[in-house]
Design a protein around this ligand. Sequence first.
Ligand code: SF4
Ligand code: SF4
Length: 233
Amino acid sequence: MKQQILQKIFDHFDDWSQQFSVACGKGCAVCCTQNVTMTTVEGALLFNFIKENKKESWLSEKLELLPDTKVQQTTNEFAKACLSGEETEIAEGTFDAVCPFLENKLCAVYPARPFACRCFASTITCSQGQSALLPTSHLSAATTLSQIIEHLDQFNPWGNMLHILYLLADESEGLHLRSKHDRSAIRDSCLTAQPLPGFLIGEEEAEIVVPLIETIFQTLVKGRTIEDILNNR
Ligand code: SF4
Ligand code: SF4
């Protein structure tokens, strides 16, 4: 059920994003140097894709070296702090290294990439030292949907993509990991997904972002709206 909801969110975001004209194209991958974070529901989708494509050994190789990074705040923790008037900044987190899933300048897990990667876009071509440029409504929608996905996976680990994948692969039967890492240290480097504290949509972005949320909330999954499922109704 969670993965079906996630896929609906991905599909609606893809459709909604078509209204923006971006400079992104195949082989353009400066954005694949960021610290991608995700939930375990996104991790499960990605892990299933890897298994379906019989790439377990490939994954095991990719997980031999894990990034030495610790996330500071989940998106919903950030939103909660903002909504209660605390001064806080979302940690951007850039790696010195390129994502190990980038091969020949293409994403090897593209159909199952996490939501953070689906938000990579820019109206100008990025280069080293030149960040992506996006309308605030796009950034607002990306934050809002990240919050919904985190809520969907609340109380499960939330963190760096490779850390989450390692936790999932480590508990998966039949997958032999080439390198064993300290599981509890990896869990400690992750946080825990939190329930939605409210949205951070500004007045100027509401007109374009709210219809996207309403469309997602009214989408049916197994005969119930996503809104009802998220609210346990
Ligand atoms: S976000 Fe930037 S680096 Fe990534 S595909 Fe778009 S233009 Fe290229
Ligand atoms: S998973 Fe794919 S899209 Fe995301 S950072 Fe890695 S190579 Fe880029």
